[in-house]
Design a binder for this molecule. Sequence first.
Ligand SMILES: Cc1ncc(C[n+]2csc(CCOP(=O)(O)OP(=O)(O)O)c2C)c(N)n1
Length: 359
Amino acid sequence: MDPSPSPPEPWSALDAEGRLTAHELLPSGDDALDLHRAHRDMVLARRLDTEAIALQRQGELGLWPSLLGQEAAQVGAASALHERDVVFPTYREHAAAWCRGVDPVDLLGLFRGTTLGGWDPHERGFNLYTLVIGAHTLHGVGYAMGIVRDGDVGTGDPGRDRAVLVFLGDGALSEGETNEAFVWAAAQNLPVVFFCQNNQWAISAPYSVQSRVPAAQRSQGFGFPGVRVDGNDVVACHAAAHEALSTARRGGGPTLIEAVTYRRNPHTTSDDDSRYRAAAENDDWAQRDPIERLRSHLGESSESLRAEEDRLADRLRRGCRELPVPAPDSPFRHTFAELPRELAKQLEEHLAFVQGQQA
Ligand SMILES: Cc1ncc(C[n+]2csc(CCOP(=O)(O)OP(=O)(O)O)c2C)c(N)n1
């Protein structure tokens, strides 16, 4: 038996030339994707990314994980959310955060080192970034269990039924936590959608060394559906997320979506991707740019949003430099109601160190 049959072609609605195929799976009416809005969201998210990289290069941020090339996957998925749904992101979900209304300046704080969080997760139904790969998949299924216990699934009331959207990378599929989360989501029939952006690389490890089968196929072993979509096609990503989230809210259980895409920048600003991948591969994916594809369909010019992009860039540059510098003791606060003796000792040493630095 061949353990690695050719993977099914990812499902696409908007082809590489920007031709849109009508399809019964595309949501219609109020649920249809607003293509102009999706274009705007993708363009502004890309500008946010470009500015953050520049800020990192200027020494204003310690690090930045770029999303270049993944805008369609994130905007497609996030635009299918209802207000009461809750998102569990990793650390590269800047476009999803943007769609959810998180202030883009707040995204910078974690990477500037001025905060361990950056925003109120409850306010936007968008949890804090998780840097520990796979950990948040369990947080997501735990939250989904809470939704079930609150009776907010399958009531048929669109104002009440809710679901969880967990973003993860292809590398996260190799983590124990993710596999436990899949087992639990299936066993409890939880209202959760796992949205895997298969950007082909887990830092320098290509997908081929992580799995012998396509990501979408892995859900079968856990007993829930997996779908494979073109991650550079915002319409297909939206349709897949819409369908999976609707199923979850109805009480139909989990889905794994694999959005096949590509991380065109290095893993983070600290990574040198020339050591592990060929430039030609990157060029090939640049030809499939998600924003250009939607632009060809809409007949929009790249200038149409320039003034708005520039205003966002100004706000990010100013906002980043104005982010409040935390007090030196802040990492020690808000964890325990009463500081344990060992931590109190560490705090004392830390404050003495800071004082020494300032002297
Ligand atoms: C538990 C854990 N192991 C290892 C790391 C180091 N690490 C950071 S990012 C990364 C690769 C993640 O790849 P993927 O899940 O595909 O996400 P991507 O960065 O490609 O979006 C690794 C191994 C980590 N942060 N957490």
